[in-house]
Design a protein around this ligand. Structure first.
Ligand SMILES: NC(=O)c1ccc[n+]([C@@H]2O[C@H](COP(=O)([O-])OP(=O)(O)OC[C@H]3O[C@@H](n4cnc5c(N)ncnc54)[C@H](OP(=O)(O)O)[C@@H]3O)[C@@H](O)[C@H]2O)c1
Length: 317
């Protein structure tokens, strides 16, 4: 149970990756300012989190089951929090989806929206009324640079994050009137199981419905570039957790928080040309015309940003 003065932080999707690292970072805060309720849809997956939390487990970190795709699970989880009092809600749970649209069923696409979009909406709807009554709270949403800029063959995942960005951009204004802050965290690539799960799915897929050229562009052009980008520009879950901690500890938290400064020019392209031509043509050329050059650039970047020189987590302040 939280001590008086401790902020109650509820985090979704803590079985692995970024969610696990955020939970542990906040639970191990030196000044013990947080009581973390780390949630996951299957508590059988708790071991990695419990091990990483160490002494904090059972003290500043407790566990609750929560599936963001189930109304009942969300309600039950929040009802199990003392007085339903949550100071900071961190919407982290998410799933990816990669590949040619022709080979992805509408059912699979709906699952992505059910988690990445409706999962967050469900959580906000359940927690927001109590925050409004108290005239205080902070809602954080794990978006992505793909919530700001479309990326080829990530069409549906990108759409789910864009939907979230639009929802939050609209909600932020109303919430401000109730003294509730809303912040988006927008990481680029991060080395987690997310990447592994997507690559495993891709290896299993046969791409029914997609023509041979599209499959070839996906497998032989897009995938190698994507792997290069992950290797050269990927951050760690710890980088993201540190960035998020700064956001929630700021006296005036920013709405948008890109975690990787290498992505700032990519996002800026979109706003530099309101016709959209600049970003569409740039990405087309990078992928289809300058593939080998891009591979060399990424290899150089990988050397420049190797762990001894890595300084890519930008402070949101
Ligand atoms: N990795 C990246 O490159 C990257 C970049 C930008 C943004 N992000 C975002 O960061 C967030 C975390 O991703 P990650 O990289 O840490 O991936 P991850 O290691 O795969 O973690 C995703 C977490 O979400 C949970 N989850 C999935 N569906 C859920 C549901 N219905 N209810 C509750 N939890 C559910 C997973 O639980 P299970 O173990 O039960 O599946 C897991 O704990 C996602 O929102 C993702 O879109 C990731």
């Amino acid at each position: 149970m939280a001590n008086s003065g401790q902020k109650v932080v509820l985090i979704t999707g803590c079985s692995s990756g970024i969610g696990l690292r955020i939970a542990v970072t906040l639970a191990k805060d030196e000044k013990k300012r947080y009581h973390v309720i780390a949630t996951m849809r299957d508590l059988k997956k708790k071991d990695k989190l419990v091990e990483a939390a160490g002494d904090a487990y059972g003290k500043t970190l407790t566990l609750l089951p929560l599936d963001v795709c189930s109304d009942e699970s969300v309600k039950q989880c929040i009802n199990n929090v003392k007085d339903r009092h949550i100071d900071i809600l961190i919407n982290n749970a998410g799933v990816g989806l990669l590949g040619p649209v022709e080979s992805i069923s509408i059912e699979e696409m709906k699952k992505v929206f059910e988690t990445n979009f409706f999962g967050v909406v469900r959580m906000i709807k359940e927690v927001m009324p109590d925050m409004k009554k108290r005239r205080s709270g902070h809602i954080v949403v794990m978006s992505s640079v793909m919530g700001l800029q479309g990326v080829v063959f990530n069409d549906v995942y990108t759409a789910s994050k864009f939907a979230m960005e639009g929802f939050c951009e609209s909600m932020a204004v109303q919430l401000m009137k109730f003294n509730i802050r809303l912040s988006m965290i927008e990481p680029g690539p991060v080395h987690t199981e997310f990447e592994t799960k997507m690559m495993e799915d891709v290896a299993k897929m046969e791409y029914p419905g997609a023509d041979a050229d599209t499959v070839r562009y996906f497998k032989d052009v897009y995938l190698p570039s994507s792997i290069d980008i992950f290797e050269a520009m990927g951050q760690t879950p710890d980088d993201i957790a540190k960035c998020l901690k700064k956001v929630i500890e700021s006296s005036s938290p920013r709405f948008r928080n890109l975690t990787n400064s290498l992505y700032t020019p990519i996002v800026a392209l979109k706003y530099a040309d309101e016709t959209g031509g600049l970003s569409v043509n740039t990405f087309y050329n990078l992928l289809f015309n300058f593939g080998p050059l891009m591979h060399i650039t990424m290899s150089i970047l990988k050397c420049l940003t190797c762990s001894c020189l890595r300084r890519r987590t930008i402070s949101p302040n």
